[in-house]
Design a protein around this ligand. Structure first.
Ligand code: PMP
Length: 445
């Protein structure tokens, strides 16, 4: 194999005694990438180039932060123009008004908007707002859902062993990190997802105590697991009936599943929505938005939300350029990404079937995950933990790298299709998948 990654290896060696796990997030280092990660240097459209000059078709797309692909000319120009007039003012700006207007037009319940920098921050603020508005202390989150690295939600968002699942009586409650504020999770109730009965019981057990239910619209941090039929609608009704706010975390699904996210796609009416990733088109822009009456509780610092970098000018210029592109010609971009994703998904399924590889491809539109499993579908966190072979997935993806295809090597994450991806990218990826499976089968025999 002619592909060399010497420079990545050398760069990784430079990080030893300097950075932790090669970079700035555990998910980018040897945990997922094996001996050393690939150091990426340049991106253009659907392609990513590493430090050794190897080219990859990128299906990870900055964990979903790049709805138009890499270095889209409109976005690059918007960033350069904005930067040449001053990076950041931390004052009120017109671009903030414009992007907020765009969000309100796209996201059904976004009557009021507040900008932040990351999904984690947007979730933190939304939860505080829910507690401040309702005067109640507790929140409900679901097994296997990830909402950022904030203390209150760092429970049961990582996979657990099959034994933990088998021995569970009631909800699975596993703290995800050392060092959390000891009391942070006392008010966090964990409930299995896609199970309305379990949710109803949790609510009944804490009358008048629950401020909010926070949920992803599509589970995107345990492979990709869609909501069961009418589950989210049922959740919404239970929340309404009990004076609990419904927070829809659209950090991943926003500007991806549909212009108005899961809220539009599944016809939901959340009280608050959190947005991030795709919004900034590569720059750290996030937002939370929702019903005017609730958002108004932020006024005059009632429920406090500050931030030097909130509503970053450059980020909002990128967001405006990206939202314009995504919504032009009656949102044609969404038809493109759904169509390309469907071709890629069905192509992969065909390859696995033809070769009798036990793997499924599960997702919603432009976000999907390959799951190595004997099961026909994975419907919740517990099934994911019990039945998905995460190592087999990692082996497959690390092998794909050798054939010029890049996807996340983390089985818990997913593949993302963007406006930059083409039918040719799909064909090349499917050919690479065949070669990767051949190479794996060859190594095993
Ligand atoms: N919510 C969800 C559903 C996410 O997937 C993520 C990140 N993967 C976050 C929140 C946190 O976003 P960020 O990484 O921008 O802090």
């Amino acid at each position: 194999m002619s592909r060399r990654t010497e420079k990545s290896k050398q760069l990784y060696q430079r990080t030893l005694n300097l950075l932790i796990e090669g970079g700035s997030s555990s998910s980018r280092g040897p945990l997922n990438y094996g001996e050393y990660p690939l150091f990426m240097q340049r991106g253009s459209g659907s392609r990513l180039y590493d430090a050794d000059g190897n080219e990859y078709i990128d299906w990870m797309m900055g964990f979903g932060a790049l709805p138009l692909g890499h270095a889209h000319p409109d976005v690059a120009r918007a960033i350069a123009d904005a930067a040449s007039n001053g990076a950041h003012f931390a004052t009120a700006t017109e671009i903030e008004v414009e992007v907020a207007e765009m969000l309100r037009a796209l996201v059904p319940n976004a009557e009021r908007v507040r900008f932040a920098n990351t999904g984690t921050e947007a979730v933190m603020a939304a939860l505080r707002l829910a507690r401040g508005y309702t005067g109640r202390p507790k929140i409900i989150k679901f097994e296997g859902h990830y909402h950022g690295w904030y203390d209150d939600v760092l429970v049961s968002s990582n996979p657990v062993t099959a034994t933990v699942v088998e021995q569970a009586s009631g909800s699975i409650r596993v703290v995800d990190s050392l060092g959390l504020n000891q009391h942070a999770l006392e008010d966090t109730i964990v409930v299995p997802w896609n199970d309305l009965e379990a949710l109803r019981r949790a609510i009944e057990n804490h009358p008048g105590q629950i401020a909010a239910i926070i949920t992803e619209g599509v589970m995107a941090n345990m492979g990709v697991i869609p909501p069961a039929e009418v589950y989210l609608q049922g959740l919404e009704k239970l929340a309404r009936r009990n004076g609990i706010l419904f927070i829809l975390d659209e950090t991943v699904t926003g500007f991806r599943i549909a212009p108005g996210g899961c809220q539009q796609y599944y016809k939901l009416s959340p009280d608050l929505v959190t947005l991030g990733k795709a919004l900034g088109c590569g720059l750290p822009v996030a937002a939370f938005a929702g019903r005017a009456e609730i958002m108004q509780a932020l006024a005059w610092g009632g429920v406090l939300h500050y931030g030097t970098h909130n509503a970053s000018r450059i980020g909002l210029h990128a967001a405006r350029a990206s939202l314009r592109k995504l919504t032009e010609n009656h949102c044609a971009a969404f038809q493109h990404i759904w169509r390309v994703a469907e071709r890629l998904r069905s192509g992969l399924v065909e390859i696995f079937q033809k070769r009798h590889v036990s793997a499924i491809v599960q997702g919603v539109g432009p976000m999907f995950q390959v799951m190595f499993t004997e099961r026909k579908a994975i419907r919740d966190f517990r099934e994911f933990c019990r039945y998905v072979d995460r190592k087999a997935y990692q082996r497959f993806v690390l092998k794909l790298f050798e054939f010029g295809v890049y996807a996340t090597p983390a089985a818990t994450l997913h593949w993302i299709v963007t406006l930059a991806h083409t039918d040719a990218d799909v064909d090349l990826t499917l050919a690479a998948a065949e070669k990767a499976l051949d190479a794996i089968a060859g190594a095993e025999s």
